[in-house]
Design a protein around this ligand. Structure first.
Ligand code: CU
Length: 164
């Protein structure tokens, strides 16, 4: 009798575990994104975009903070808040095809070339204090979240996201 019960219970346990795992895989994933700056009079760096020549991110006077920095593949919701008191910011999502190369950049406009970079979606031009959301279906890989108001990306306004 005892042997029978054990044999019967083990598969049930396995089914329960499988249900739990698939439940967590389907759970909504949210990335909280904060767009920040040190005020409209702060210095603007011109070389702090991802894989540009500058590397001292402590000089960035604006930025993108994304938590968590790594999420599971699938549906991902970005909840984006512009924490600036006076400057419009936005968040654009593109895939990173080469972790060592800069994004395609238009020097004359001081902006990333969004189409060439593979624009996946954005929360466009949030006024100071405003919030918006974006939902994307993301495959495993590296992505970058950045602001493409002229000059902002090169001033350090970007963050990486890993999708596993
Ligand atoms: Cu910005």
């Amino acid at each position: 009798m005892r042997r029978f019960r054990m044999a019967f219970l083990l598969p049930l346990g396995a089914i329960a575990l499988a249900a739990t795992l698939s439940g967590s895989a389907n759970a909504a994933t949210t990335v909280n994104v904060t767009l920040w700056d040190k005020g409209a009079n702060a210095n603007m760096a011109t070389d702090l975009g991802m894989n540009m020549s500058g590397h001292d991110m402590s000089k960035a006077t604006m930025g993108v903070r994304a938590t968590p920095a790594a999420v599971k593949a699938g549906e991902v919701t970005f909840e984006v808040t512009n924490n600036s008191s006076e400057t419009i910011h936005e968040m654009i999502v593109v895939p990173v095809h080469d972790t060592k190369s800069p994004l395609p950049y238009n020097d004359a406009e001081s902006r990333v070339n969004e189409d060439a970079a593979g624009h996946l979606g954005e929360v466009s031009e949030l006024d100071p204090g405003k919030a918006g959301a974006l939902r994307l279906h993301l495959k495993p890989g590296k992505y970058v979240l950045f602001c493409n108001i002229p000059g902002h990306f090169a001033n350090g306004m970007w963050a990486e996201l890993t999708v596993q």
